[in-house]
Design a protein around this ligand. Structure first.
Ligand SMILES: Cc1cc2nc3c(=O)[nH]c(=O)nc-3n(C[C@H](O)[C@H](O)[C@H](O)COP(=O)(O)O)c2cc1C
Length: 191
């Protein structure tokens, strides 16, 4: 038994596969699936998405400087895949998938109403990297589906059944293993 070296490639998995919604210059909505997305700063809250310039949505983002990241769920898995294989050049994905374009509060790109969490983003930097161009953006507003809020106003993302993308496959989340800081939590009650 040993380990073998592969040629360099992207194997940082699992990841969220998100639905990025955009509007073209006429305000028509489109959405594409993005796996090369990440959180890059806490304060100000910033994210990145990497998009190939040949995507139809690329020009919408470049022209408007705005997009919305919509988290995906088991219920949105089919739409997540479809939006990643069909282009807005050829098909109106919102109507084909019965997705609801919900108005954003700070940007012109719409949210996807069926998503539990939508991050409204405004581009701050555009970095051409090679195959993909990275848009580094500030999160200017966050909207959540209130059906996942409890009486104490706590948000339960797990109830939305989020999905992840790993090496070509979509998965649901597995069992809870621990919570933030559990490795250093004191066991039992001591003073
Ligand atoms: C799971 C998955 C992840 C994807 N991730 C990316 C990505 O990170 N960047 C990208 O440019 N395209 C990505 N794609 C491909 C685009 O979503 C796809 O080319 C889409 O049809 C582009 O839509 P548009 O032409 O309407 O903009 C991904 C596709 C799938 C299925």
């Amino acid at each position: 038994m040993g380990r073998i070296d592969w040629r360099p490639g992207n194997m940082l998995y699992p990841l969220p596969a998100v639905l990025v919604s955009v509007a073209d210059s006429q305000g028509r909505p489109n959405a594409l699936t993005i796996a090369w997305a990440g959180t890059v700063c806490s304060d100000p809250p910033m994210v990145s998405i990497s998009v190939r310039p040949e995507r139809y949505s690329y020009h919408c983002i470049e022209e408007t400087g705005e997009f919305v990241i919509n988290l995906t769920t088991r219920e949105l898995a089919y739409a997540t895949d479809y939006c990643g294989v069909k282009s807005g050049r050829d098909v109106d994905k919102f109507s084909a998938l019965h997705l609801t374009a919900y108005p954003s509060s700070k940007v012109k790109a719409p949210q996807i109403a069926q998503s539990p969490v939508s991050l409204e983003c405004r581009v701050k930097q555009t970095l051409p990297l090679g195959s993909h161009t990275m848009f580094v953006a500030e999160v200017v507003s966050v909207s959540v589906d209130e059906k996942y809020l409890d009486e104490a106003n706590r948000f339960h993302l797990d109830q939305a059944d989020p999905i992840v993308y790993s090496h070509g496959n979509y998965y649901g989340l597995g069992e809870l293993i621990g919570k933030f800081g559990y490795s250093v939590e004191r066991k039992g009650r001591d003073r």
